[in-house]
Every structure is written in C-alpha cells, then in structure tokens.
Design a protein around this ligand. Structure first.
Ligand SMILES: Nc1ncnc2c1ncn2[C@@H]1O[C@H](COP(=O)(O)OP(=O)(O)O)[C@@H](O)[C@H]1O
Ligand SMILES: [Mg+2]
Length: 369
C-alpha cells in the first residue's frame, strides 16, 4: 500500500501542505517542533480515524483555523482510493471515500493500512499492561472491523458498569440492571479474548523469529496472552467455550466488585506476558534485550498486517531509528524493504538522510524537498 499524494489544511501547525511521496523510504528531517510528528499523525488518522497522541479531534485543528482537512491518494493492489477527512472543533467530523460521504470510519483501515513505531513503543515491555492492551487493540482493530466495534461497545459497558458499582449504595435499584451489564460484558469479553488469543499466537511466532535474528545469539522470545484466571489457556477456545468460564469468574468476583466499587472481571485487565529465554522480560531483561523485544513486536505486527492484507502496510517510524544502535538500525532497514516507509529524524542524522528515496525538510509546518 502506498500513499502517493497528500493535501493537508488547517491540521496542527500546517496551514496548507501538499506533497507527493516516494513508494519507498521517505525521510522527513527538521528541527524540533516543526511538524514532523504532526505529518505522521495525519497519515495515521487517514487509516485509524484517530490520533495516536490525543483523544478527540478538537485539538488537531490548527489554533487559528476553523476546520482541518486531511486528504490522501492511496494505491493498493486492489484499487486506488481517495480518503478525505474534515475535522471541526465544535461538530462531528466528516469522512469521504472517493468523494462519497461515509456514515462510519469502517472503510478507512481497509483502504489504508498503517503501522506506527514511536519512541514510547520501545518501553512496551516494561510499561504497564494498559500499553500492551493498547498495542494489541489497535493492531487488531486495523485488521478486523468487528473487533473494533466489539471493543468500543465493551468500553461503553465498562464505564456504565463501573458507575453502577460506584453508585449502588446510594441507589440500590441500580443492582437490578447490574447482572444484565455483566452478562453483556462477558459475551463481548469472549469475542475479544478469542481474537486477541489468535492474534497473539501469530505475533509470538513472528516476533520470536525476528528477535532471534536481531539478537544474533538465538535468544528465544516467547509471548503468552493472559486473561481472566478461569479461562486458563485461551488458545483454540471458541467464544462459546470461553463464555461459561468468564461467567464463572464474574460470579466468583461479584461480591468483591460490589465491595470495592471496581469492575474486576473481564477482558479489560488482560496482558501479554513476554519471556526471553524463559525469564519474564519485564523484570529480568537488560535494556538492550527489552529494546530488541519491542522492535520484534512492532516488526511482527507489520508482518501480520502484511500477511493479512496480502501487501505491506505503510510503516511510520517516528524518531525511533535514531534511538537504536547501528546494528539494529540496519536490521530494521533490511527487514522493511519492499513497502512504503515514512521516517522522521532530526536534521543532524545524516546517515538516515542518505538512505531515503525521497528526502523532505520540515520547517514551521512547511514541507520542502
Ligand atoms: N492544534 C495546533 N495548532 C497549531 N499548532 C499546533 C497544534 N498542535 C500542535 N501544534 C504545534 O506543532 C508543533 C509540534 O509539532 P511536532 O510535529 O510534534 O514536532 P516535531 O517536528 O518535533 O515532531 C509545535 O510547535 C506545536 O505548537
Ligand atoms: Mg516529533
């Protein structure tokens, strides 16, 4: 998949930006706070219909602008697509595919696949479980619209159930609807866990190969998807088999949920456990090892996306290559050849500038080359 051209207006610090991109490596250099990450954010939005930095659209619109517009021409083996979004500070965004107004964002990740790798991802091994859930939720949502819908419904139910658990003492009638919420959450948890378990299994296979290659000494990376205790090993269990196990866990935690006011049972506490040569990486791995593992996870995400789509998604590397040593940089650059890549880096990283197929310079929201 390739983004051949983009036009951006009123988004972040871009007044009016138009550019044609290479179908290979696009390197964007420039000083600090000039708009390099903003450009990747605009590309990311065309696929995911959201930012990777903030929630909501309001702050994406330029300070002095009434609205923002991001538009791009995307080529894939199947078709050519023009994707356009208009963002407003005070009303709902509009999405157009080939000029046709869309009632939802469902088509966007199908037309444009994007995998982002930013410096925060290098912490993914040692971060809290929420970071790893975000990683898998975003990656699976890109590939499976049904998953994205289930996840957003789950989050809605979760917030509602949490409110019930907080307020039931003042309003005991709320308890009448509690079990209904719990049942709905268990049903959706079963779906989420089913998708996550199979995605994690694929991720584990790909990441292990990559990790072993980068480490050079055949280190063994192993991933284990961890969900509620009654489920045990979720792999190869269908949602219908997961549901009774989830309901049992809920039942066992019902009293504790009422006492604590917290939602203690469901897919919102899941995690990916990561082991290197048998030891849990979070606690025992060196700085170099956790970086290699993080890199392996992200490159594995790209491999899964590529296999699923039948072509490589666009890869966005935000300031991340300069964080890696020369050997890991070389590994990444060799591994990613074939697809379109956007790399941002500071002006002085001349090595990175040399390898680009097209070199851009970002200054104060203006792109030149
Ligand atoms: N909504 C906005 N309107 C105008 N400028 C913005 C907006 N949001 C962020 N910026 C500006 O964008 C710049 C940061 O751009 P960014 O792409 O993160 O920089 P970098 O080139 O370091 O990656 C800052 O100068 C910031 O003030
Ligand atoms: Mg940046």
């Amino acid at each position: 998949m390739f983004i051949d051209r983009m036009a951006i207006e009123g988004f972040r610090n871009f007044c009016m930006l138009e550019a044609a991109f290479a179908r290979g490596i696009n390197v964007i250099t420039g000083g600090n706070a000039q708009g390099k990450t903003n450009l990747l954010e605009a590309i990311f939005y065309l696929s995911n219909a959201k930012s990777f930095r903030i929630r909501g659209d309001k702050d994406l619109v330029g300070f002095d602008c009434g609205f923002a517009r991001i538009e791009g021409d995307v080529s894939s083996e199947l078709r050519e697509t023009n994707i356009e979004v208009k963002l407003y500070k005070d009303r709902r965004r509009q999405i157009f595919i080939n000029g046709v107004k869309q009632s939802s964002a469902a088509e966007m990740p199908k037309r444009l696949g994007v995998v982002l790798f930013c410096p925060e991802d290098l912490e993914i091994i040692r971060d809290g479980a929420a970071a790893r859930r975000r990683f898998m939720d975003l990656a699976i949502s890109q590939l499976r619209h049904k998953y994205a819908l289930a996840l957003s419904e789950y989050n809605r139910l979760y917030e509602h159930k949490t409110r019930i658990l907080k307020d039931w003492r003042e309003k005991p009638s709320l308890l009448e609807i509690l079990d209904d919420f719990s049942l709905k959450m268990a049903k959706i948890s079963a779906e989420l866990i089913y998708y996550r378990a199979s995605w994690c299994e694929r991720l584990g296979e790909e990441a292990a190969k990559i990790h072993s290659d980068i480490s050079g000494v055949g280190e063994k990376l192993r991933l284990k998807y961890k969900t509620v205790s009654t489920v045990g090993d979720p792999s190869e269990k269908k949602p219908s088999e997961l549901l009774p196990l989830l309901l049992r866990h809920q039942e066992e935690h019902r009293r504790a949920e009422l006492d604590s006011g917290l939602c203690l049972s469901g897919a919102h506490k899941d995690d990916i456990e990561i082991y290197i040569d048998g030891s849990e990486a979070r606690s025992f791995a060196s700085q170099g090892q956790v970086r290699t593992a993080a890199l392996s996870l992200k490159l594995a995400e790209r491999e899964i996306s590529r296999a699923d789509r039948g072509e490589a998604p666009v890869l966005l590397l935000d300031d991340v290559l300069s964080e890696l040593d020369a050997r890991r940089q070389d590994f990444v650059l060799n591994k990613i050849c074939g697809g379109q890549v956007f790399i941002t880096c500071c002006e002085d990283k001349s090595a990175m500038q040399r390898m680009g197929d097209r070199l851009f310079f970002m200054k104060n929201g203006k792109l030149s080359f």
